[in-house]
Write a protein that binds this ligand. Structure first.
Ligand code: G6P
Length: 608
């Protein structure tokens, strides 16, 4: 969703801000803009559409001179994606400019108040109230105006502010929306996402809720909400520039699919030593574990599907019942949560609003929260009692691939950890699982290598308007993510269905030529899925089976086959999803879709 950047130093700000905005494009947006402070004037340039249009409009930033400024990519919430609604917004007197991520929940009330005082509004955005509040509260001290404004706002925000009274200074404020200060030499930055900073600096200060910063070329002063200066740790950004760039691949998605063996190794290596799982970041006492009655996994989108797939291993190895609940539903349902519940919140970005709300709900009912997160220092990582990072590195493509598989890997590692602590599995089974986890990076690589026919299969089926994905048990869990990948990047309606359930209604939709992707990687029930394949074929379906090379029964039934190497059943989803990511990728490519930035989607969904 929206992204913000800020720069102050001795170089021209506009080209640096435009570069930063390009790095944030992957998050999803529909307009972009910059405000440059030069002497006592602010130049604003903004446009609906892509950052490249803004680059053109500003001649690469050359027609916006000045050495400090702020920039924004907007994903429309309040008001359509028009030039006027694009950020930055200016105060009525033109002395303040503001960029904003998040939502000001009480904006209507503030707008009415400001209208009554004679302020004029030009856009439909909630953000314009912020910039006019700054003007209202400015009595010659920008810091005070910032504080008074913040005290009036309800909702979530990462805000960047410039004011003509303080040339060379940029302000940044945070409440429930990520904001990072980048510390350079003779120049400083802020951004809502480290990907916009890594080309310039690796030294970062992560702001917490209620904090704000006054940043000049020489220093970044951080204050709490009462205005008292506070000292914050400078963290080192470990993500490198190359992993956030395409590196010769046609799309980020393709690059990230092929990075999976490495990403999964990075998730496993620090935690699995031989057959011993260690989780240094996790302190679960024996007493706590003995008292556990339930594990509740909560998440959104693919992270939710990772939870659906991971539950089998956790349940089987720990003997603790696992419930998987969509974060957006959790608050409004009556999930039974108390201090005997361990909540696992799964999130690539660590910023998903619904997941954050679900964690708060879980905590308020007494649960402890373990977060499985990719982005270091993210809101969810901070909120949780414990965090296990997935170490997938930056994921730029909106459709997650390595984000999902590393989440699943960490869930598997956690299931083994529980198996050792309180488990109910035999030593023999435990050892087999540990060996399988050690082999995962190789098996993922094999699943990529053994399917050169995927582009051909994609060519055969890409023009169909719908696809079914069927499977049972762990296969069904993997099919959920397989179908989502197909939907989100190729725009083909794809429905995942438990294979045994088809005959209770949905089979009515199967007609001549209907593609059905049948996942058959669960040895215990593959035969049952085989009967469902026969049922759909009898009604004219074309079946693309996902299975092992030696599964003769399934191979004889399928029209096309996608292979995976043999793997322990509980862990099979993490392997079988990889060729399905490839299938979705090639179908989307055949259909000429914008693979890395699918329409209407955002990488990080920070609204509920
Ligand atoms: C968005 C993304 C999905 C992602 C979901 C949850 O919808 O497009 O790919 O699975 O949010 O995001 P999270 O960052 O919490 O994993």
């Amino acid at each position: 969703m929206c992204g913000i950047v800020g720069y102050t130093g001795t170089q021209q700000a506009a080209p640096i801000l435009l570069e930063g905005l390009k790095k944030l494009e992957y998050r999803g947006y529909d307009s972009a803009g910059i405000a440059i402070l030069s002497g006592d004037a602010i130049t604003v340039s903004k446009i609906s559409g892509k950052v490249d249009k803004l680059v053109e409009k500003t001649e690469g930033g050359r027609n916006c001179p000045g050495t400090s400024g702020i920039g924004h990519t907007r994903w429309a919430t309040h008001g359509a994606p028009t030039d006027i609604n694009a950020h930055p917004h200016l105060s009525n007197d033109g002395r303040f400019a503001v960029v904003h991520n998040g939502i000001i929940e009480n904006y209507q009330e503030l707008r009415d108040e400001l209208l009554a005082k004679g302020f004029v509004f030009y856009s439909e955005t909630d953000t314009e109230v912020v910039v006019n509040l700054l003007e209202l509260y400015d009595e010659g001290d920008v810091k005070k105006a910032v504080m008074r404004t913040a005290s009036r706002l309800r909702g979530s925000y990462a805000l960047g502010v410039v004011c003509t009274d303080e040339p060379g200074c940029i302000y940044a404020m945070r409440e429930s929306s990520p904001l990072i200060i980048g510390i350079g030499v003779g120049e400083n930055y802020f951004a809502s996402d480290v990907t916009a900073l890594v080309s310039y600096t690796r030294n970062a200060v992560y702001l917490d809720d209620g904090e704000f910063a006054r940043i000049s070329a020489e220093k970044a002063e951080i204050f709490d909400s009462s205005g008292t200066e506070i000292r914050k740790k400078i963290s080192r950004i470990t993500w490198d520039v190359q992993t956030a760039e395409k590196g010769g691949y046609e799309h980020f998605m393709l690059k990230e699919i092929t990075e999976q063996p490495r990403a999964i190794k990075a998730a496993i290596d620090p935690r699995l030593h031989g057959r011993e799982v260690t989780m240094d970041d996790l302190v679960l006492s024996d007493r706590y574990l003995k008292g556990l009655k339930k594990i509740l996994i909560t998440a959104c989108g693919s992270s939710y599907y990772a939870g659906c797939a991971g539950r089998y291993a956790i349940e089987q190895f720990s003997g603790i019942p696992v419930e998987v609940v969509l974060a957006s539903e959790l608050r409004y349902g009556n999930a039974l949560i108390d201090r005997h519940t361990l909540m696992i919140a799964v999130s690539q970005s660590g910023e998903t609003a619904d997941t954050i709300a679900a964690i708060r709900e879980g905590k308020s009912r007494g649960a402890k929260v373990l977060a499985i997160v990719n982005v270091v220092g993210s809101t969810i990582a901070k909120l949780a009692d414990w965090t296990l990072y997935t170490w997938a590195g930056p994921e730029i493509s909106v459709a997650t691939t390595k984000g999902y598989t590393t989440q699943l890997t960490v869930l598997y590692l956690f299931s083994l950890y529980l198996a050792k602590r309180i488990g109910i599995v035999s030593e023999e089974k435990y050892n087999r699982m540990a060996d399988a986890l050690n082999a995962l990076p190789r098996l993922i690589q094999e699943s990529l290598d053994m399917n050169p026919s995927i582009p051909r299969i994609a060519g055969k089926y890409h023009s169909f308007r719908s696809m079914f994905f069927i499977g049972r048990n762990t296969d069904y869990a993997a099919s959920l993510e397989g179908a989502l990948k197909m939907k989100e990047i190729s725009y083909i309606h794809a429905e995942s269905y438990p294979a045994g359930e088809l005959k209770h209604g949905t089979i009515a939709l199967i007609s001549d030529g209907q593609p059905v992707v049948a996942l058959c990687c669960n040895d215990f029930i593959s035969e049952k899925t085989a009967s469902n394949i026969i049922e759909v074929k009898a009604r004219g379906a074309k079946v693309i089976a996902v299975t092992f090379r030696d599964n003769q029964n399934i191979l004889s039934l399928a029209d096309d086959v996608i292979y995976i190497p043999r793997i322990e059943t509980e862990l099979s989803p993490v392997v079988e999803i990889v060729p399905l990511q490839m299938l979705a990728y090639h179908v989307a490519k055949e259909n000429g879709c914008d693979i890395d930035k699918p329409r209407n989607l955002a990488k990080s969904v920070t609204v509920e």
